[in-house]
Design a binder for this molecule. Structure first.
Ligand SMILES: NC(=O)c1ccc[n+]([C@@H]2O[C@H](COP(=O)([O-])OP(=O)(O)OC[C@H]3O[C@@H](n4cnc5c(N)ncnc54)[C@H](OP(=O)(O)O)[C@@H]3O)[C@@H](O)[C@H]2O)c1
Length: 285
């Protein structure tokens, strides 16, 4: 363990597997206080034990929330605020791919609820503490798949009309970049940065929640061409911790370099409109 992040509190969502777990582990190894978020109590406890053993850092705690459910995101935010006076880094990472259309217990299409509204709502609810902790960083794990979406379906974010797993996933990942664009604009002058990233194609549990061709096909492709979770977490960790990106905000990164996102992802008006819609879609909270 080193001390690069000593004294900093880092929240990492979806930290029980894949990119999120590796991000949490490396931040713990840098001496940060790490708060992982997961939905499965046993997995959370096992992962916390594993990270503590691997790093020697005992300041690792996991909190439980199903992040597709807004009521649980709210409860999580309250719990974080009651336990931690500062938040130096928030890594919004939990996400998934759903080959068939599913609804959350609150009646929202699952991909939109988990991959976008969860990032939006958790950030919004923690923003006062994050601002008080400045300089602070928000890191949004998006995907190169965002290029597959030509724009936000403002009239049908849940694809009730015509559902395709990949279109819906790409759309949610475009939302991650647009959310980052508008968030960074709103955070100007606060000392809080917000950046999005593509982790590469990574051998994780991604896609394993599906059945049939998707699940098997994804596993085969991961075996042949994916990078390791260690490599896949590098850009998240870089944005969360590197002095090289101190003050850098509103950018989209790949392989630890700021790169150009799709034209749709740079549409500042769409980003503002998405913010307003997301506020509306989470307003009962
Ligand atoms: N893998 C890739 O090639 C790739 C490429 C581009 C972008 N990404 C993005 O990277 C991020 C991380 O994915 P990954 O590849 O590391 O996948 P993963 O191995 O499946 O990990 C996803 C994490 O999110 C958690 N999660 C899923 N649904 C949740 C829910 N409803 N509530 C709370 N936590 C939940 C999972 O918990 P459980 O352990 O309980 O399942 C797990 O900890 C995602 O945003 C994904 O879109 C991945």
């Amino acid at each position: 363990m080193n001390t690069q992040m000593a004294g900093k509190t880092c929240i990492v969502t979806g930290a029980t597997n894949g990119i999120g777990e590796m991000t949490a582990q490396v931040l713990a190894n840098m001496g940060a206080t790490v708060v992982g978020v997961g939905r499965n109590r046993a997995k959370c406890s096992e992962t916390a034990t594993r990270i503590k053993a691997a790093t020697g850092n005992q300041a690792v705690e996991f909190l439980i929330a199903d992040l597709s459910v807004q009521a649980q995101v709210c409860k999580l935010a309250d719990e974080i605020k009651s336990k931690y006076a500062r938040i130096d880094v928030l890594v919004n990472n939990a996400g998934g791919y759903f080959a068939t259309r599913q609804m959350t217990s609150e009646g929202i299409e699952m991909t939109w609820a988990l991959n976008h509204l969860n990032y939006f709502l958790l950030t919004d609810l923690l923003l006062d503490v994050i601002k008080k902790s400045a300089p602070a960083r928000i890191v949004n794990v998006s995907s190169g798949a965002h290029v597959g979406a030509r724009g936000i379906n403002f009239d049908d974010t849940g694809f009730a009309g015509k559902y395709s797993g990949w279109s819906t996933y790409s759309h949610s990942k475009l939302a991650n970049v647009l959310f980052t664009v508008e968030l960074s604009r709103r955070l100007e002058g606060t000392g809080v940065t917000a950046n999005a990233l593509h982790p590469g194609f990574v051998a994780t549990g991604f896609g394993a929640n599906n059945s049939g061709v998707m699940r098997v096909g994804m596993k085969i492709m991961q075996r042949i061409m994916a990078r390791s979770p260690e490599k896949g977490a590098e850009t998240s960790i870089y944005l969360a911790s590197s002095p090289e990106v101190e003050g850098v905000t509103g950018k989209y990164f790949d392989n630890k370099r700021a790169v150009t996102s799709s034209a749709a992802a740079q549409d500042a008006d769409a980003a503002k409109r998405l913010w307003a819609l997301s506020k509306e879609q989470t307003k009962m909270k």
